[in-house]
Design a protein around this ligand. Structure first.
Ligand code: SF4
Ligand code: SF4
Length: 110
């Protein structure tokens, strides 16, 4: 095969039947408002901790929906529970409470 110096990107397709969204469902039991999230990213854009860390509530919610375990959960530690994200959320989600519920599910001490 000719080496062109690049390769095709791996497919990003998700097989919905293989997704383990049990934690996302558990989150909805604790926090029914999680369904309201439209993934707009306003919370991430306004996050003070996000300026210095990888903390992104939007990505965490998306990862949970996809059943992915990733490093974002470690970033929950850097959340200061300041509530700025709550002020800008267009869906009126109590994001601070949401973050605490996510921490509870993943046993992250807060
Ligand atoms: S601001 Fe609210 S609706 Fe937008 S991604 Fe964050 S939690 Fe979801
Ligand atoms: S409560 Fe946490 S996630 Fe929300 S803006 Fe403050 S530091 Fe960021």
């Amino acid at each position: 095969m000719i080496d062109f110096g690049y390769t095709l990107s791996k497919s990003g397709t998700l097989k919905i039947e293989n997704l383990d969204d049990s934690r996302y469902k558990a989150l909805h039991k604790l926090e029914p408002d999680a369904y309201k999230c439209i993934g707009c990213g306003s919370c991430t854009a306004s996050c003070s901790a996000g300026v210095f860390t990888e903390l992104s509530l939007r990505k965490i919610l998306l990862s949970m929906q996809r059943g992915e375990e990733n490093d974002y959960l470690k970033q929950l530690q850097s959340c200061m529970l300041c509530g700025k994200c709550m002020l800008v959320c267009p869906r009126g989600i109590n994001t601070r409470h949401l973050i605490l519920s996510i921490c509870k599910i993943y046993s992250v001490n807060k």
